[in-house]
Design a binder for this molecule. Sequence first.
Ligand code: NAP
Length: 259
Amino acid sequence: MPTVLITGANRGLGFGFVELFLREGWNVIAVARDPASAPELHALASSNTGKLTIEQCDLANFATIDALGAKLAGKPIDLLLCNGAKTNNPSSTIGDTNYEAWMEAFKVNTMAQMKLAETFVENVAASVQKKMFFLSSRIGANPPAGMILFRSSKSALNQVVMQLSLLLKPRGIAVACAHPGFVKTKSTADMGVFTADESAAHLKKVIDNLTVENAGQFFEPDGSTLPIVTRQTNAHAFGAKAPDAWKEQQKVWDKQGGR
Ligand SMILES: NC(=O)c1ccc[n+]([C@@H]2O[C@H](COP(=O)([O-])OP(=O)(O)OC[C@H]3O[C@@H](n4cnc5c(N)ncnc54)[C@H](OP(=O)(O)O)[C@@H]3O)[C@@H](O)[C@H]2O)c1
């Protein structure tokens, strides 16, 4: 059976995913910041011996991601499901931005997600299904105003997902992200529209249908898509045409392995 690694697995949507994948017979690696404070996960593990393992990782501490990577080295992971995120960010208006909290939001919601991809890419490449899926948010792309910290960290995540999908497509790895809907979890004070189980079930269908051909997209829970990043596609826009010398220079950088 396939294996999924799920971050933020101790509660909320992450826990909903753990239950769903177990029901469908997958092997589940449930990653939590503090497994000792995750009694529901331990209860599930005892009734799913050999199918569910619990691992520790603090997404704000990259040494713990490295340690988990070393522990799981050589183990195929069909689906890297990056769900854990810092959702309890202070709201900000003009004049009271909390820059420390913003850096933490970027570290956990954007940079740690890249770090997870880099750490587990060989595990995913060694699997059968070869997928990476990231929980983003509609808020990372749309108005209304407000929630700048969380919004910008998810917006940047969308760009990371787009890059990962382009860079990993040649290796047959499909990468995408999704909005889970408005879900009844701690992060929404249980005011959502979907339960975690319902949202996980919708997203599981999206994940099942993910291929390298439709990768690099931002999915809604019903499988429809939103533009993942704004791209300038008008080659005739004023100043858009790159000089030939620039294209030649880019070829040199490509040969050198990057700029
Ligand atoms: N619920 C919604 O309506 C909604 C809407 C849009 C997007 N999303 C996205 O969907 C995902 C799940 O949302 P949710 O509502 O289930 O969120 P949640 O209830 O706030 O749960 C967040 C999970 O992430 C973990 N986490 C936070 N910081 C961490 C860190 N530094 N290291 C490791 N784990 C950490 C939490 O662990 P602890 O228990 O240790 O804190 C928890 O397991 C998130 O990516 C969220 O942004 C949710």
